[in-house]
Write a protein that binds this ligand. Structure first.
Ligand SMILES: CC(C)(COP(=O)(O)OP(=O)(O)OC[C@H]1O[C@@H](n2cnc3c(N)ncnc32)[C@H](O)[C@@H]1OP(=O)(O)O)[C@@H](O)C(=O)NCCC(=O)NCCS
Length: 176
């Protein structure tokens, strides 16, 4: 896809990203349980990306710092939304691959997601519910997934909660 470029999300992108999310998930998307884990404006900007075509944002992927006992650093992946005209061309997978590469480079230990297993297994996510991983309801247990770079603690992993304060990726620490 040579006519689409990825770049980090900037705060000024917010209105266009929010419009794309409304189109992808519907205007009542904030009623989903995972939204209780997201502080508006608190996304991990160092790893959130947008895809640009002809100056317009055509896809967005955000990550949010969250807390899970037994892990030093965990991000919640999502939302991911690709504009309807750009779907089924691999852009969604490209966004997730690129986002996870940044997350890994930042040294984040684990990523959790509420998503379609058929889409997310290819990135190394596994079912979280059998390990006792809990995301805020309402959520179908089969949508709870985790991708960890460290050995999983014994079950139950427990409940993911909102991060007390923004977790800065280790790569940013010491940058002043
Ligand atoms: C889900 C979404 C991000 C996929 O974006 P995309 O650019 O079309 O994804 P890709 O082209 O990289 O991959 C598409 C493949 O992923 C899988 N896939 C996509 N959406 C899926 C879903 N809802 N359930 C299961 N598998 C899905 C399919 O295998 C699909 O293959 P196909 O194109 O042959 O049908 C896009 O459809 C979207 O923005 N939907 C609305 C928002 C949304 O539901 N996001 C939630 C993601 S869990």
């Amino acid at each position: 896809m040579t006519d689409v470029t990825l770049r980090l999300e900037q705060p000024a992108d917010d209105p266009a990203v929010e419009r794309l999310l409304d189109l992808g998930f519907g205007a009542n998307r904030r009623q989903r349980g995972v939204y209780s884990l997201r502080t508006p404006g608190g996304q991990a900007f160092a790893v959130c990306q947008v895809a640009i075509h002809a100056g317009a944002i055509v896809a967005t992927l955000r990550f949010w710092p969250v807390a899970l006992a037994g892990f030093a650093s965990v991000y919640l992946l999502g939302p991911l939304s690709v504009a309807a005209a750009w779907r089924h061309r691999g852009l969604g997978a490209t966004m997730v691959d690129a986002g996870l590469a940044l997350v890994d480079r930042a040294g984040i230990e684990a990523v959790v997601v509420s998503g379609e297993p058929d889409f997310y297994w290819r990135f190394g996510f596994i079912a979280g519910a059998p390990h006792g991983l809990v995301l805020p309801p309402p959520i179908e247990p089969e949508r709870i997934m985790i991708r960890s770079r460290v050995a999983l603690p014994p079950p139950p992993l427990g409940r993911v909660s909102r991060a007390a304060a923004a977790v800065r990726p280790p790569a940013e620490l010491g940058a002043g």
